[in-house]
Design a protein around this ligand. Structure first.
Ligand code: HEM
Length: 416
């Protein structure tokens, strides 16, 4: 299907298994150039196919090399204790009982945890700094006004510069005080001679690339486990078994060996995948940076903008039965090898999600703590447990958020 946007840009929307396979695997379809189109200030809209006029794409090669060095499994294991301590502190602070804005609170918690993996602990511990960085990032990321591209560009430069200056100063202060003591991501990159500018852009990228998906996923799980109590029992049973096996409590989750987080919570993982499938309506983007080519009679011209809506496969009744919208964990896993192109919520082909392991660890550790520390449920306006899922806003590139917020979670510490 070919669409024209309000700016007269041709957008080719792909559908069906053959087109999906080309989308995920064709070497000419560039991911970074595709997503650059989301930043209208960087696009020369006079171009027929919407080609950015300057080749200022995202430097993914440097991102991957830094990611491998500082966020690989070994490094995540080294930081696991600090992440678990952060989760404990966050939930301790909520007290013994009360109510919270579920999505908002978990956005804040996941932001702290992602920053803890990329920035020094002293920075992630400082709520004032975390809040300041988040405010500036959101100012850069906000859509702006469609008819005022120059104003938008200036606004983004202004906040981008402010963010860079702030982090530059914060990191320099930290270096003076802590130099030589830490083995965190920033120190590793500084020690191998990376410039501060590249380090800051990496740290911000690694913090924000998965923040919305990861925090919304955790929140949606709490919502689903309220609406589907039979799944709550199953998931809680699995988590308690893990704690019992290693004689751990929510406060001593570090007794659980690092490897066990990847192997011992299959039901919790199935729940995540099912929510990503049913609530992941995002559209994936590419640009053809090579010569024109043909998919089943549809010409993908040079510089064309190509998109693939995940809904095409995730809500396909041929793959997921007559009620693809229903919550039924396990159906993805039972597909076996076919899964590769039938479930693409973690990406596929040339661009699988780089941060998947980190996101999954955070997801498993946060929910393990939350569900074993508190008896918790999402409540409606009459303070009763929610009976049906809140309507989700599918107009998001990330995992859909609920339309009506706040979603309130009521919690009470378990009697010991
Ligand atoms: C629940 C959490 C997450 C979900 C559902 C998710 C989903 C995805 C998906 C669907 C893609 C493929 C995009 C495409 O093909 O256009 C992707 C790619 C990517 N993700 Fe994630 N992601 C999550 C968390 C994270 C985190 C925490 C990071 C942290 C760095 C991250 C970093 C990336 C990067 C760098 C890519 C691009 C990979 C490439 O270019 O080859 N993601 N993710």
């Amino acid at each position: 299907m070919i669409l024209k946007t309000t700016r007269n840009i041709r957008v080719t929307v792909l559908s069906g298994p053959k087109a999906a396979s080309v989308f995920f695997n064709h070497k000419n379809l560039s991911l970074d150039r595709g997503y650059m189109m989301m930043i209208p200030e960087n696009v020369d809209w006079r171009d027929v196919e919407g080609m950015p006029s300057t080749p200022n794409g995202i430097d993914l090669a440097s991102f991957y090399s830094r990611f491998k060095l500082v966020l690989g499994p070994e490094k995540l294991e080294q930081r696991s204790f600090s992440v678990l301590r952060n989760i404990d502190k966050f939930y301790q602070k909520m007290g013994e009982h009360g109510t919270i804005d579920l999505f908002h609170a978990h956005h804040d918690l996941v932001l702290q945890l992602l920053m803890r993996n990329t920035f020094p602990d002293e920075i992630a511990d400082d709520e004032r700094i975390v809040g300041y960085v988040d405010g500036l990032y959101n100012a850069i990321d906000s859509p702006g006004m469609a008819r005022l591209p120059i104003y938008n560009r200036l606004r983004k430069y202004f906040y981008g510069f402010k963010l860079y200056r702030a982090l530059d100063e914060i990191l320099k202060n930290w270096q003076e005080e802590k130099s030589g003591e830490e083995t965190n991501s920033i120190k590793v990159l500084l020690d191998r001679g990376d410039g501060i500018e590249g380090i800051i852009s990496f740290a911000i990228g690694a913090t924000y690339a998965g923040l919305l998906n990861t925090s919304r996923l955790i929140s949606w799980v709490v919502v689903h486990l309220t609406v589907y109590p039979e799944w709550r029992m199953k998931v809680l049973g699995e988590i308690r078994e893990l704690l019992n096996k290693y004689n751990a409590t929510p406060e001593t989750l570090d007794r659980i060996p690092f490897r066990a987080w990847d192997t011992d919570l299959p039901l919790l993982d199935m729940t995540a995948n099912e929510i990503l499938r049913s609530h992941g309506h995002g559209v994936l983007l590419r640009q053809n940076i090579g010569e024109a080519f043909d998919i089943d009679g549809c010409m993908i011209s040079k510089n064309a903008c190509v998109v693939y809506p995940m809904h095409d496969v995730h809500h396909n009744p041929r793959l997921y039965g007559p009620t693809p919208q229903a919550f039924s964990p396990g159906r993805i896993e039972s597909m076996g090898d076919e899964k590769q192109l039938n479930f693409v919520a973690w990406g596929s082909g040339r661009h699988p999600c780089t941060g998947r392991h980190m996101a999954q660890l955070i997801y498993r550790q946060v929910l393990t703590h939350l569900l074993t520390r508190f008896e918790c449920e999402v409540i409606d306006k009459s303070q009763n447990p929610l009976q049906s899922l809140p309507v989700a806003d599918h107009n998001s590139l990330h995992l859909s958020p609920p339309i009506n917020t706040p979603i309130i979670m009521k919690y009470q510490v378990y009697d010991t």
